[in-house]
Design a protein around this ligand. Sequence first.
Ligand SMILES: Cc1ncc(COP(=O)(O)O)c(C=O)c1O
Length: 434
Amino acid sequence: MWGKRAARQIGGMMQSVRHTGTKKASKSVGTKSEALMEMEKKFAARIYDPIPVVIAEGKGCIVKDADGARYLDFLGGYASVNTGHCHPKIVATVQNQVMKLHQVSRAFYNSEFPVFAEYITRYFNYDRVIPMNTGVEGGDTAIKMARKWGYLSKGIPENQAVVVFPIGNFWGRSTSAISTSNNPTSFEHYGPYMPGFGLVPYDNVCALEEVLQNKNVCAYMMEPIQGEGGVIVPSEGYLKEVRRLCSKYNVLFIADEVQTGLGRTGALLACDHECVRPDILILGKGLAGAVTPMSAVLANEEIMCYMTPGSHGSTYGGNPFACALARKTLEVILEECLIENARKMGEKLRAELKCKLPKVMVPAIRGKGLMNAIEIHPDFASSHDLCVRMKECGLLAKSATGQSIRLTPPLVITEAEMEEGIEIITKAVHSFAK
Ligand SMILES: Cc1ncc(COP(=O)(O)O)c(C=O)c1O
């Protein structure tokens, strides 16, 4: 099914299959892809500016567009497709669970949630879990938990609690999440903003210590590597210092591992690189095999004890479909050594790109595991133009903040696919040389 094919019948027209990898993709004129792009442009609100490709099928790290052209997926659904597209064990779990039971609500117990709850708490070594759906709901849940703990345990006067975030943070698009954003495109004209949030520079221990001394601070919520902010890796030792300062000032350390967790950075959690343990852990993205949204917030009893019946919830949180998929996904991550693969493939990607890309054109290549970014110098191309060129060469990626392009392929990527990806990126960058 995924080998080279000579021709393919699409919508009554014969379309030849174009490139495999480095061969040029079609211009999509008059194609099924073009019709679909036009349809979306006409009927959908313009909140995204997609790379012009219509993905119709996926397997592992490879996707095909609506006209049969093949691409390496180096975005992986914004780092959510950890276990790859249509992983056979995940697909089998979908089929099995959907035939049995998919949604109940937590008005009742269901046969999957308790098993998942035991599995994930043991997996990450926390006492309890709250299941939610999207990553932003996970962040919101963590903030509610921290505020409640702040009032009932730390003794912060009611309605005075402050949660501190680093500048450059991204944890979603809700009105609370944009209230902590310093990116005007995210927050402008959406005010009034949620009070009770503070900002400090990222990767700055002195600045953090200063704000944590405020007795009303209940939590510091941060990404161990900033994703949307441009894949910003803090200095070694920063996470250890965050842990030390949070403990010193009786402030909860909330790790937003929605993007960095589940093996993405070459460790199960990005906090594991420095052997630190957050008080509250947020997971999301590919937790349920990138089939259905699922997030989870984990903490120990001294924080979870304040989360009482009726004080929080979600219609779909803990649904049996997502729970069965999450358990299978967590199993696959271990069974298929995806953490190790992410570490090895990430090292290969950065090392080879550093050799092959001229520093004048690509001044920065950074990341950990398979959470990476390259920066193209604006004298040569915009990050969007480079993404379009990479797409024309057979690789899909998307720009993050400024001139950076994020490279977050599925963790199941093979060495041959990584080599092909490196070749394509190199070729695309060199095509802008003057
Ligand atoms: C670190 C982090 N937290 C939270 C979120 C929000 O997740 P969602 O889009 O599922 O709400 C994202 C999304 O990119 C993220 O990168």
